[in-house]
Design a protein around this ligand. Structure first.
Ligand code: NAI
Ligand code: MG
Length: 339
């Protein structure tokens, strides 16, 4: 049997890290039937007139799973982010970011095991922006729904229970944003009653940032709204080695998109220098999602081996190994582990 998966390499370093990831996935011996769509973002605008063509969405609707590289988004102008559109169109409401120390990867802390659950479809990213030309005032509406909040909160609690975590923290700004953040907080507090085995608490976002950079080990699962989650998940990535090494997934009830959390890194694109670890760890999440835990464990263990040996490291980790060589080394170890 083979897994049909939509493959979106993206741009910048996207195609390089995607090639490396596919290579490592195929080293597991599992069969994949990749449905590739090369053009997204600026390349799609040029070819099809839109950054996220309908046939790409249809492809994910049919395969139900996608593996995606980064896509460049113009800042402050131009087309709407492909990522945001994809999440909204496929209703991928849970953005899941495991930020766990990987043995061998240099980081400021040891024993960090954070799972960030970010609401992915509404809040300040609802796309409800307007500009009042007469008064030169810009507005952005942070729309938060009860149903939208409830499902991400449920997702986090259920995940914590089924994955053996101890603690759930809801992050908010309910002291100021009494209706939006206040509702999110109340829904989480109500839900917590049904999980007496979990230690539950809440933190105000600014305090949470401070707590995380001082004592990240005190926290496990964190659930929060879109903007806070966006910022916290990058902060948490920084605690365990940076954006080049953490995984990310966007999950809904029907579809899931596994992606590199870093951007397209135009400064090193096309130079065979990028670290493919982030996308490879997202691929590990994808394998677990598919129920392929043996292959997922092999990917994980092979990465631990590479990083503890410390010989084949890419530039961002202080080495000189190329993206291709990193993939070759990793693929060899994955094969050996599964034999
Ligand atoms: P970035 O993540 O592309 O780069 C930040 C720094 O980290 C750069 O110095 C880059 O060289 C380095 N870096 C990133 N990934 C790396 C990797 N795998 N290996 C080695 N070094 C790596 O962030 P930036 O510069 O803010 O964004 C560039 C573009 O990417 C923007 O257009 C942005 O919108 C887009 N972007 C796309 C994302 C996505 O598609 N999921 C996520 C974040 C940004
Ligand atoms: Mg982000």
């Amino acid at each position: 049997m083979s897994y049909r998966i939509t493959l979106l390499p993206g741009d910048g370093i996207g195609p390089e890290v995607t090639k490396a990831t596919v290579r490592v996935l195929e080293a597991t011996g599992l069969e994949f039937d990749w449905v590739r769509h090369e053009n997204l973002g600026a390349a799609a605008v040029e070819k099809y007139g839109v950054p996220l063509p309908e046939h790409v969405i249809d492809s994910i609707r049919s395969t139900r799973i996608a593996l995606k590289g980064p896509v460049t988004t113009p800042v402050g102008k131009g087309f709407k982010s492909v990522n945001v559109t994809l999440r909204q169109k496929l209703d991928l409401y849970a953005n899941v970011r495991p930020c766990k120390t990987l043995p061998g990867i240099k980081s400021a802390f040891k024993d960090v095991d954070l799972m960030i659950f970010r609401e992915n479809t509404e809040g300040l990213y609802s796309g409800l922006e307007s500009y009042d030309e007469r008064h030169d005032i810009a507005d952005s509406i942070a729309r938060i729904s009860k149903a939208g909040s409830q499902r991400i909160i449920n997702f986090c609690f259920e995940y914590s229970r089924t994955h053996g975590y101890d603690k759930v923290t809801v992050v908010h700004k309910a002291n100021i944003l009494k209706l939006t953040s206040g509702m999110f907080l109340r829904l989480a507090q109500d839900r917590a009653v049904q999980y007496p085995e979990l230690q539950f608490n809440d933190r105000i976002i600014d305090n949470m940032c401070m707590q995380l950079v001082v004592r990240p080990q005190d926290y496990n699962c964190i659930v929060t709204t879109n903007l806070f989650g966006d910022i916290l998940s990058d902060l948490a990535a920084g605690l365990v080695g940076g954006l080049g090494v953490v995984a990310g997934a966007n999950i809904g009830d029907d579809y899931a998109v596994f992606e590199a959390v870093h951007g397209s890194a135009p400064d090193i694109a096309g130079q065979n220098k990028a670290n493919p670890t982030a996308l490879i760890r997202s691929a590990e999440m994808m394998l677990r999602h598919l129920g392929e835990s043996k292959a997922a464990d092999a990917l994980h263990d092979a990465l631990v081996d590479i990083y503890t040996e410390g010989i084949y490291l890419t530039g961002d980790q202080g080495g000189t190994t190329s993206t291709d060589e990193f993939a070759t080394q990793l693929a060899t170890r994955v094969k050996a582990l599964l034999n």
